[in-house]
Ligand binder design. Sequence first.
Ligand code: ADP
Ligand code: MG
Length: 352
Amino acid sequence: MKAMKKIALTAVMLLGLLAAGCDQQNATSDKGLVLTGKTMGTQWRVSLAGVPAGRADALRAKIQQRLDQDDHELSTWKKDSVLSRFNQRRDNQPQPISHNMADVIISALRIGRLTDGAMNITVGPLVNLWGFGPDKQPLHTPSQAEITAAKALTGLQHLQVIERADGAWLQKDLPALYVDLSTMGEGFATDHLARLMEAEGINNYLVSVGGAVLTRGRNAAGKAWRVAIQKPTDQENAVQALVDLQGHGISTSGSYRNYYELDGRRISHVIDPQSGRPVEHHLVSATVIATTALEADGWDTGLMVLGTEKAKEVALREKLAVYLITKEKEGFSSWMSPQFRAFLLQETGDDR
Ligand code: ADP
Ligand code: MG
């Protein structure tokens, strides 16, 4: 589901969450059960404590089936996904969707409103114009006229979720509206992995899809799971901060290395819906901890669009648990909201 798959993956490893590194560190006496696989153009990972290895194959199959189902609903890369079929429609008839899918969209619209439209799931035509969607990368910088034309096809006000006891529907009043849920797909899928573990009677787990992670209980060494936020450097496994999620979800959005070059400029895959252009500020990574990984994954993108100063304002106003890394003339600076501090185990400080 990620746009620019290869580059995006690298960014997740460089800037994202280092769950793997940490549970390896923790699990010196007993590694527990670790399952991995691929989904949405990225990796999923499940670490479990106290689960016999004999359950591995059955669990892996159930996980993959669940994630394939999510991908079938939300992917804009798969032409026959529920979302792709909605995007292809050129009428304003309500299309039936699952309550699950309604949840993601309602949550995305809410975060969209609370970030003044910075987090905007109708930004698809602009994403495609700048070469990060299923369409090809542009050979020239889009003109203002092209940007204006694509922007006219966006707008959260054109999208509506209808939810009733007997079902949910998605409706647009702009036939060409194109909904892109890429940025919340990982969080959505991570929450599903957590729910699946609960349904399987498993209470001690770390689950992750791409840059979204959720933990509950303890690791195989009997300690709290620790998740690391990486430093924005090339150095692998350089830890910027360590957190104990205490049953919450976490997600990081990083723009620093998530780009391609066009006409000598860096083009980020995060688009500012207002300007219609890729973000160009100095906020390098935005990490959010929230009750669900879905919420965290929605907010991190919104904050990334807003840039350091506005992201701080919104984090404080909405009482979000947020950690920001900003590129300075020399090195980087970090900022955390009071709510984030409650999860912090360790910050590596000025070691750049
Ligand atoms: P990151 O890991 O850097 O946060 P994601 O893959 O989560 O990246 O989100 C980036 C993707 O989200 C883009 O490739 C695009 O499809 C979509 N996107 C870009 N800009 C926005 C935006 N302003 N609001 C919502 N989605 C966006
Ligand atoms: Mg996100």
